[in-house]
Design a protein around this ligand. Structure first.
Ligand SMILES: *Cc1c(COP(=O)(O)O)cnc(C)c1O
Length: 386
């Protein structure tokens, strides 16, 4: 059976060149980067070079790049770290209703610790309104965290505009750019953000390694205590194998950004066109201001979970909502925030394309979809009652 992977927003396979770059560091260059001897120095050199590559790719200074265990940890260090460092200035934080749970749950935790959080709504296309952001700022606002692009429906947020407003009010601005780095151009200076999270496994690097960019001068209190690795923001022996892999993956992504983007976007538009041509299937998220590989549709009268299972039986891997919320029967908080009904949100499907997908993959999905939708609808009480 044909196998088609369309869940690249959840994770991506490690690129063969990334694997090749990592391999020597498991065995030949295994030293602890903190060791003084030649084994240690080899590993330290690899970490330093990786930091320089990452800095170059995102327009930062190497001293502003901190390696973490991934997107979730970067978001936590950023949000909790600023909340702790700036609590004398106030205890108000601004975020949005469509953030990844790494951000939302961190904000919920801070609410339990006496902070106040404003969760901004989004419009029907899934975009935060800059005017809402501006109106939410208060004298006691210390931090804003708005994601660069959404992992479920792909809408790319007006980060540059919001970061500029935050800067004028001396509010620290963090963005979760886990979905955009490696996928569209991301430059921290261009965006004007103080902090930015990224994660290697979303751009053909290994899992369990990420970066938090912290602009020089930003006040952040470390959450962990131990060694002085990553200038105390992330103590513990560096995952130097992962760090080498992340830097290589980011280098490859940056070099081929345009061609990857063009390839994936053509497939995306073909997939969207084919899906919305089916009766009562609608696109979710902004029609153009969206990630190159993101397709999110609501299929009326059908449960997203049933669609996933039926497609899986045909060898097609997709998801509904995010990897983190599927499995729970709650409809997507993102789609509900966009004003979709529970029924529409339950009937949603996310298909995210990657560099290895082909026209034939898309043709195959579009060939099996009508039969699956028709069969599930025939079994649906909602469909038969309509
Ligand atoms: C995947 C993802 C995360 C979590 O990253 P991990 O490296 O898996 O912890 C955070 N935010 C967004 C937007 C993501 O897509």
């Amino acid at each position: 059976m044909r196998k088609v992977y369309l869940d690249h927003a959840a994770t991506t396979p490690v690129h063969p060149e990334v694997i090749a770059a990592m391999l020597p560091y498991f065995h030949n260059y295994f030293g602890n980067p903190s060791s003084v001897h030649s084994f240690g120095r080899d590993s330290r050199k690899a970490v330093d070079e990786a930091r320089e590559k990452v800095a170059k790719a995102i327009g930062a200074d190497p001293r502003e790049v901190f390696f973490t265990s991934g997107g979730t940890e970067s978001d936590n260090i950023a949000i909790q770290g600023v909340a702790l460092a700036r609590k004398q200035n106030g205890r108000h934080i601004i975020t949005s209703k469509i953030e990844h749970h790494a951000t939302l749950d961190t904000c919920h935790f801070l609410e339990s610790q006496g902070y106040e959080v404003t969760y901004l709504p989004v419009d029907e296309n899934g975009l935060v309104r800059v005017t809402d952001f501006e109106a939410a700022l208060r004298p006691d606002t210390i931090l804003a965290s708005i994601m660069h692009a959404n992992n479920e429906m792909g809408a790319i947020q007006p980060i540059k505009e919001m970061a500029a407003i935050a800067r004028a009010k001396k509010v620290t601005f963090h963005t979760d750019a886990v979905q955009t780095v490696g996928s569209i151009p991301v430059d921290v200076k261009e965006l004007g953000v103080d902090m930015l999270s990224l994660s290697a496994h979303k751009f053909y690097g290994p899992k369990g390694i990420g970066v938090l960019y912290i602009k020089k001068g930003t006040r952040v209190k470390p959450l962990y205590h131990g060694g002085s690795q990553e200038r105390k923001y992330r103590p513990g022996t560096e995952n130097h194998v992962g760090i080498v892999g992340l830097a290589k993956a980011l280098e490859l992504a940056t070099e081929s950004l345009k061609s990857r983007q063009a390839h994936i976007q053509v497939l995306r538009d073909k997939l969207i066109a084919g899906l919305v041509a089916l009766p009562e299937v609608e696109l979710n998220g902004h029609p153009t201001q969206r990630l190159p590989g993101n397709v999110n549709v609501s299929v009326r009268y059908v449960e997203g979970e049933s669609l996933i299972l039926s497609l899986d039986m045909q060898g097609v891997a997709v998801s509904s909502g995010s990897a983190c919320t599927s499995g729970s029967l709650e409809p997507s908080h993102v789609l509900l925030a966009m004003g979709l009904t529970h029924e529409q949100a339950h009937g949603s499907l996310r298909l995210t394309l990657g560099i290895d997908n082909t026209q034939e993959d898309v043709d195959y999905v579009l060939s099996v979809m009508p039969g699956i939708v028709e069969r599930l609808r025939q079994m649906s009480p909602l469909y038969n009652k309509r």
